[in-house]
Ligand binder design. Structure first.
Ligand code: MEV
Length: 334
């Protein structure tokens, strides 16, 4: 069976007939962006709030179109028949299958092309962003669009394949265009008092979110009171941080980030390469720096005083051995 280009009857009431694509040029595009967690990773898994920011320099685009025969995948990791995609793409394949099932076309053959600038396994939301883009594209190629909640549930299906019991933070934030507050599974836009310029530095070490989440769970089972104290403090820091962000209080934001890094290390999700870049960022004038995302590798997020200092900070982090650096500005909203 191939994907239909007629306007189909939605098998899932929350799907809507798409207006893009045509019989002459069937095919649909999905897009999502990278995110960086400003504060609250790991604590969100235990119901505490978090704040995340979009990283506009990095994104993913997926294009899906009906295939004449068995579908093919084209991505930086793999080019070939979808049926023979390697294990590393299991999450993407789960996303594709979830979207096809939601569209009522589980056996449809699609060619899918993925173009992503988000480095994988670096805590920047690559798996959720690729899933989001693929789901949007696959639904589109089947003639549908989905509302936010349906998209979220489909991305979460893929995220569960990535690391068991995801909080939903990544699934929500890779489709957000502004700084967001995440609490109780939902996001709200965060007021931003003045421009915040962040530098993200990649350790070059693969982050291991699944392992890191499991390590926190194990530590919590062994030392519940101590871990709950740290999670509570991370929750309070996030709550206070929302205020600091709304007032544009960069010094207080930086202090909260520095404290969060210490607490995350205490939870067992640090890595010497992360500490090295956090130290280099602090020595280079960052107002605060911390690991971002799952940890155990991946990236450091550092707050610069302004755009000019971000350039110096980036150079400093590169000299300190960062595999890559990006700058992202969260613009003031008030
Ligand atoms: C991973 O980007 C964020 C974690 O908090 C896991 C989750 O929220 O599911 C470590």
């Amino acid at each position: 069976m191939t994907a239909s280009t007629d306007v189909p009857i939605a098998p899932d009431a929350r799907l809507h007939a798409a207006t893009h694509g045509s019989a002459a040029e069937p095919g649909a595009t999905g897009r999502a962006g990278a995110k960086a967690i400003l504060l609250g990773e790991h604590a969100v898994v235990y119901g505490r709030p978090a704040i995340a920011v979009p990283v506009r320099a990095l994104g993913v685009e997926a294009v899906a179109r009906p295939a004449a025969g068995p579908g093919r995948l084209s991505s930086t990791l793999y080019h070939g028949p979808i049926a023979r995609a390697p294990e590393r793409l299991a999450v993407t394949m789960t996303a594709m299958r979830a979207a096809l099932a939601a569209a009522g076309q589980p056996t449809a053959h699609l060619d899918i092309a993925i173009d992503s600038s988000i480095p994988a396994e670096r805590g920047l939301g690559s798996s959720a962003a690729v899933s989001a883009a693929v789901i949007e594209a696959v639904l589109g190629a089947c003639g549908y669009t989905a509302d936010d909640e349906t998209m979220h549930e489909l991305i979460q299906t893929a995220e569960r394949a990535a690391h068991g019991a995801p909080s939903g933070l990544d699934a929500r934030t890779v489709r957000a265009r502004a700084a967001v507050w995440f609490d109780g599974g939902r996001i709200e836009r965060v007021a931003v008092g003045s421009d915040l310029v962040f530098v993200i530095a990649d350790t070059g070490v693969r982050g291991r979110t699944r392992e890191a989440v499991a390590a926190v769970a194990q530590r919590r089972a062994e030392a519940p009171a101590a871990v709950e104290r740290s999670l509570d403090e991370l929750g309070s820091l996030a709550t206070d941080l929302r205020e600091h962000v709304s007032h544009g209080d960069r010094a207080a934001i930086g202090d909260a980030m520095a404290r969060a890094h210490v607490l995350l290390n205490g939870l067992g999700v640090g890595d010497p390469a992360l500490d090295h870049l956090v130290d280099a960022a602090t020595a280079g004038g960052a107002l605060g720096a911390k690991l971002t995302g799952g940890g155990r590798g991946g990236c450091v997020l550092a707050l610069a005083s302004d755009a000019a200092s971000a350039v110096e900070l980036s150079e400093r982090l590169t000299r300190a051995g960062a595999a890559a650096v990006w700058t992202t500005t969260v613009e003031g909203s008030s």
